[in-house]
Design a protein around this ligand. Structure first.
Ligand code: ASP
Length: 440
């Protein structure tokens, strides 16, 4: 049995946090492969080491600010080393980093050093072997993404021979050795890649919250926790902005059905949230989660007898395609078709889109409604429960929220509702209350 354990920046921000992490790892001998992030914020006003490193890169041509930033970064690591009481001197590492940056190393290299150095400390603290992902996670120059199969094979072969190892998160390298990072928050992806490469039993992702909440805590005070969620449900919620985990972290483990367990370093007894392929476990409530986003526009195109005009829908969508705008939702009626788009993408191009639609479809009317929000109510339990949509409607009617659009995916695991931006929070509260508070 082997578990991959990834720790986020807030779990490794100080020596005190490192000690908690050490205790967690030692509490379970199956926790054999450790993926650390760079030190995060120690307090809300603190700066993440990754941001300090980007800053370092930007000040490379200004000697004074470069050494000032370098000194502050070094202080973060030295404070951790001292607090842990380990014997480790990073002087040579820092000299080497300085030499490389002054010699023209790029931004990704600078940012990656946050994880690299934290990995060095973690390996020394735990007495585990250090594995540099630049040697195993291989990026493709053409796609700028990692080469999945090659990477899993490389890493799997190497780790099969190592009982316990630390593999820093967030980066790999092109075949020529140039370091390349994932997008921000990318240590989650590294954890998932390592889990996949060693065919782990579980990928534990340790952070500073006890998993996913049913709704955004900024809208619902102390929301209930999601105990188990499927990859598919998570994808629906993540798309609507619910984020604890990097979106691309699902893919490597999903292919092998390796469960992800989101855990809280500051509350290790809490079992967190399990993200799984399939489950027979019913969620506690009919819904698994609610998420949403503001800032959409709806473009309504009306034409009598539209439903019998072959190619009408394609032509409407072509108008968006020609203007390089992707659509989000597409509810339609007999004589009308509505296209939901992101307002900020659409604003500058709206007149051009409208005239393309006119030219291509000769509609009766086109009107645009802006400042709309979309809310996704997601749950595998909705499939087998009658009346879910009805309950959502009545909750929203009671809360005086006008529903502009409703769209149920054929998978029956999500219902998307369109409301005015100004009704967004009220709508989420109403839906949460009806399903969770009153347990309907
Ligand atoms: N340290 C990187 C960031 O701040 C990557 C990570 O933490 O996952 O984005």
């Amino acid at each position: 049995m082997a578990k991959v354990v990834k720790f986020g920046g807030s779990s490794l921000a100080s020596a005190e946090q490192f000690k908690k992490v050490g205790d967690i790892i030692k509490a379970d001998p199956e926790r054999r492969y450790v993926v650390p992030s760079a030190p995060g914020k120690r307090s809300p006003r603190d700066t993440k080491v990754t941001d300090m490193l980007y800053n370092l890169y930007d000040s490379v041509s200004d000697d004074r600010s470069f050494s000032e930033v370098m000194k502050n970064i070094r202080a973060r690591y030295d404070e951790i080393i001292k607090g842990l009481g380990i014997k480790l001197d990073l002087s040579d590492e820092f000299k080497f980093i300085e030499k490389n940056l002054k010699g023209g190393a790029d931004k990704d290299y600078a940012a990656s050093r946050g994880e690299y150095l934290n990995g060095r400390i973690m390996a020394a603290y735990l007495g585990y072997e250090f594995i540099d992902p630049a040697d195993y996670i291989i990026f493709d120059k053409k796609t700028d993404n990692y080469e999945a199969e090659k990477t899993y094979k490389n890493l799997g072969k190497k780790l099969a021979k190592i009982e316990r190892a630390v593999i820093p998160g967030f980066y790999g390298a092109y075949a020529d050795g140039t370091v390349k990072t994932f997008s921000r928050g990318g240590s989650d992806i590294t954890g998932s890649i390592v889990a996949r490469a060693i065919h782990a039993d579980v990928y534990e992702n340790w952070t500073d919250v006890s998993g996913f909440m049913i709704a955004d805590p900024r809208i619902i005070k102390n929301p209930a926790k999601i105990e188990t969620i499927t990859y598919r449900e998570l994808r629906e919620l993540a798309y609507m902005g619910a984020g604890v985990l990097h979106e691309d972290a699902i893919f490597p483990v999903r292919q092998e059905g390796i469960p992800i367990n989101i855990r809280n370093t500051n509350d290790p007894k809490d079992d967190g949230t399990w993200i799984v392929g399939t489950t027979s476990k019913k969620s506690k409530y009919v819904i698994t989660g609610i998420a949403g986003k503001k800032g959409f526009c709806a473009v309504n195109v009306d034409k009598d007898m539209m439903n019998s005009e072959i190619g009408f829908g394609r032509r409407v969508l072509q108008a968006f395609e020609e203007n390089n705008i992707s659509f989000e939702h597409l509810p339609s009626g007999i004589d009308t078709m509505t296209v939901f788009v992101h307002q900020d993408e659409f604003r500058d191009k709206e007149q051009s889109v409208v005239s393309s639609i006119r030219r291509m479809t000769d509609p009766d009317t086109i009107d645009i409604e802006s400042d709309l929000a979309l809310i996704a109510v997601v749950g595998r339990g909705m499939k087998s429960t009658r009346g879910t949509a009805g309950r959502i409607f009545s909750a929203l009617a009671h809360a005086h929220v006008n529903v502009k659009m409703i769209d149920q995916g054929s998978s029956e695991i999500n219902i998307i509702i369109g409301v005015a931006n100004s009704d967004f929070e009220t709508a989420i509260r109403a839906i949460y209350d009806i399903f969770v508070e009153t347990k309907l």
